[in-house]
Ligand binder design. Structure first.
Ligand code: ZN
Length: 124
């Protein structure tokens, strides 16, 4: 189990290379809204689309969350706090005029790229 939150996960790299292959250009690991201290994994500044690639463990994927047996109450609280923070991030960005696309690390990168591409092109 991956217990450390990481950047540049395999899911993220696959998704980014697929988006690039489709001719989309983006920034990585930037704050969509500078005054709001949260970074998105992929940022389309002109279209104002922020993409987050959420790890199944850390973000409480309903299909794959697995509670560690040791300190399970602590982990549960920790992960629930992450999920709550994600929802707060979504709300703040939407309020600032952004569209948020969340991708699970278990998702097929081609299908995730389809969702992102259509969102970006619709707003370009
Ligand atoms: Zn999952």
């Amino acid at each position: 189990m991956q217990r450390q939150a990481r950047r540049d996960t395999r899911a993220e790299l696959l998704l980014r290379s697929e988006l690039h292959r489709r001719g989309l250009r983006y920034r990585v690991h930037q704050r969509p809204v500078p005054a709001f201290r949260r970074e998105a994994d992929v940022v389309f500044r002109r279209a104002r689309v922020a993409v987050f690639v959420d790890g199944c463990f850390w973000h409480g994927c309903p299909d794959h969350v697995s509670w560690p047996k040791a300190n399970s109450a602590w982990w549960r609280e920790k992960i629930q706090a992450n999920v709550q923070r994600d929802r707060e991030t979504d709300r703040a960005l939407v309020d600032a005029g952004w569209v948020v696309v969340r991708v699970w690390e278990h998702e097929d990168p081609l299908r995730a790229a389809d969702r992102i591409e259509s969102t970006v092109r619709a707003r370009a």
